[in-house]
Design a protein around this ligand. Structure first.
Ligand code: ADP
Length: 261
C-alpha cells in the first residue's frame, strides 16, 4: 500500500486556481510530501483548503490540463491531467466532509462494495475487502443496515470503509472530525492511525493535528504561509494569530527547548 521508492507521494508545483467568478483560490502553492507522511492543511474559512484537496484527484482541473508538462499536481509521480485521472483516482481515497455526499446505497455493505466493484475486482475479492474494511472501522455487524439510520460518526466510518476497501496509497480527508462527538472522534483517530499510507487532511481541529499529523501547512488567501513540523508551526503565536488560528491549549506556556524534543 505504501510507496517504497524515494519519489514524492504528492507534489504541488506552483499550483494556482481561479474560480470562474474571478476568485483566486490558490496562488502558487508548492510542496512535496513523502510516502507515509500525514500532513494537515490548516487556515481560516475561505483559505483555499477544500480547493486544494479537490485538485489532488482532479475534481477541479484547469481546462487547459491536457499535457504532462502543464500539470501542477503529481500523485505518486502521476500527473493530474485529464487523460490520467482514472489512474490518479485509484491512488486516492477521498473522504468528503459530509458523509451524505458519499453514501447512496440502501445498505452499508453495498456502499462499501461500490468502490471495489468499480475497480473491476472479482466478487470474491470484493466481499473479502468489504468484510475486512467493516472490521477495520469497527462496524462488522452493520453490513445489512441502511446508512441513513446510522449516526454521523458511523456514517463517516462507513465512508472510510468504502475508501479502505479500494486499498488506496493516499487518503485525502476534508474536515474528518467535524460533527463528531468525542468517542466517534477517538474511533476515527484510531482507524486513521492504522493506515500506513500518505494522508492529507484539511481541518480546523488543531488537537487532532497535534495527535495525528507529522507536518502542517498553513494556507490563507490561497497562499502557503508556513510548512513545517506540527508543534513548531502550531506554537508560533504570531503566525497563528495572523491567519485566524489559535495556539492549541496544550502548546501554550511551553519553552522553545521543550518544543524541540
Ligand atoms: P476553505 O476550504 O479553506 O474554507 P475554499 O477552498 O472552500 O476554502 O474556498 C477558497 C476561496 O474560493 C474562498 O474565497 C471561497 O469563497 C471561494 N470559492 C470556493 N468555492 C467557490 C466556487 N464554487 N465559486 C467561486 N468561488 C468559490
Amino acid at each position: 500500500m505504501t510507496m517504497t521508492t524515494n519519489s514524492p507521494a504528492l507534489e504541488l508545483r506552483k499550483l494556482s486556481f481561479q474560480y470562474p467568478n474571478g476568485r483566486m483560490a490558490l496562488d502558487q502553492v508548492s510542496c512535496s510530501l513523502a510516502a507515509g507522511e500525514r500532513v494537515a492543511v490548516v487556515g481560516p474559512s475561505g483559505a483555499g483548503k477544500s480547493t486544494l484537496l479537490m485538485h489532488l484527484n482532479g475534481l477541479l482541473p484547469a481546462p487547459s490540463l491536457t499535457a504532462d508538462d502543464q500539470a501542477q499536481v503529481f500523485v505518486q509521480s502521476l500527473p493530474v491531467i485529464k487523460s490520467r485521472l482514472g489512474e490518479v483516482r485509484r491512488q486516492i481515497g477521498f473522504l468528503f466532509q459530509d458523509p451524505d455526499d458519499q453514501l447512496f446505497c440502501p445498505t452499508v455493505r453495498e456502499d462499501v462494495a461500490f468502490g471495489p466493484l468499480n475497480l473491476g475486482l472479482p466478487r470474491s475479492e470484493v466481499f473479502r475487502r468489504v468484510d475486512h474494511s467493516l472490521v477495520a472501522v469497527g462496524l462488522p455487524e452493520h453490513g445489512p443496515r441502511n446508512p441513513s439510520q446510522l449516526s454521523t460518526g458511523e456514517r463517516k466510518r462507513v465512508c472510510l470503509a468504502g475508501i479502505l476497501a479500494c486499498e488506496p496509497a493516499m487518503l485525502v480527508l476534508d474536515e474528518p472530525t467535524s460533527n463528531l462527538d468525542p468517542r466517534a472522534r477517538r474511533q476515527l483517530l484510531q482507524i486513521l492511525g492504522q493506515f500506513p499510507g500518505t494522508q492529507v487532511i484539511a481541518t480546523h481541529d488543531l488537537d487532532f493535528v497535534l495527535d495525528h499529523c507529522h507536518r502542517v501547512l498553513v494556507l490563507d488567501g490561497g497562499k502557503l504561509h508556513a510548512d513545517g513540523p506540527v508543534e513548531r508551526v502550531l506554537s508560533n503565536a504570531i503566525l497563528m494569530d495572523r491567519h485566524g488560528l489559535e495556539v492549541p491549549w496544550r502548546l501554550r506556556h511551553r519553552s522553545p527547548s521543550e518544543l524541540d524534543r
